[in-house]
Design a protein around this ligand. Sequence first.
Ligand code: BGC
Length: 407
Amino acid sequence: MITPTPFLWGAATAGHQVEGNNVNADIWLLEQVQGTLFAEPSGDACNSLAHWREDVALIESLGLNCYRFSVEWSRIEPAQRQFSIAWLDHYARIAAHCRDRHIAPVVTLSHFTSPRWFAAAGGWENGDAPALFARFADRVARRIAGEASHVVTFNEPNLQKLGTWSTTPLSADMRDGFATMMAAAAKASGSDRFSVLVYPGDTDAQIALVAAGHAQARAALKAVRGDLPVGLSLAVPDAQATGPENALAAFRKSVDAPFFAMVKDDDFIGIQTYSRLLIGPKGSLPPAPGMELTEAGDEFYPEALGNAVRYVHAATGKPIFVTENGIGAADDAQRRRFLPAALASLDAVRRDGVPVIGYIHWSLMDNFEWRRGYSKHFGLVAVDRRTFRRTPKPSARLYAKLVEARA
Ligand code: BGC
């Protein structure tokens, strides 16, 4: 097996979902405007700005050797061209602290959020976006590249494209709702535009600019440290045809191919798999009636992981890094059934010789689940929303055991 040693076993968070008070981010503004589609604002989140050492200690206590977290562009560059040394130092401290504990820091540059000024300038529909992103990547690289174990440039830039394949597309009300929310954010920012990669926009224009942004950011990172492994992470459900195979082929050509083309010169491809997705003749379908569902509305289908890893490696030839896999579960017992089955499907793929760098569970802790607010529970660890006290769930102990058995 061409797997680098040691295999990385980790858990993930993302800045906006755990830090709290990310007030210069585009999504923070969307949470605040009148007509917001967010169930509630992110507020203090898990207050990881104050509690990040405990977060790393949790990783350590579970016997994991990897922590994936993201740096918040809107803290590092709160106004265009004004870079904050203090915030770069903050993230560098987290990375160094991980290293001191033999924990590999996997750093994501863009986990859905961007600075508010960037969205108001057109976000990933603005031709300047790749250069702006690469300049940010350069600043991060110069401060953190020495400590980072891997850098993920983008988290799931294919999410919108995936959405366009749904046979239950956004209702007219929802589409209007997005337009109203974006217009309010533009107005509040004194602009006529407000574009956020993860919400409806001109998807094809965005893909072209994301491709350029990814390549330029990778070049900026490599210029600082040539041997720093760089990749991006895609949402990859285990797509299965319910009818003619050509529907599946068309789905893959549209949703995967443009993004697979971006990773040709990368060191790895990150994949994030939560469930399977049934592809009918006209597009993707909701879970079939009678299937067990998760709290997040996905089909409970842990073996999706192995299938997705196998498919992406066959399609790209790249080493695979599972940068997210997990389950929204109100009842932790469902997560305890999910974990062993998901990992067994990964074991089988690795036994077959597919190169896998590591497995990172989403998420280390319950956190701000975007538009759904705090109502979904992806965490191995529960967080008290008033005291920010972290309490590992039984599934955290189970994960630690499963990892130990494989170490
Ligand atoms: C995202 C996370 C999110 C998770 C669960 C992934 O698509 O990267 O930010 O919390 O799914 O919905």
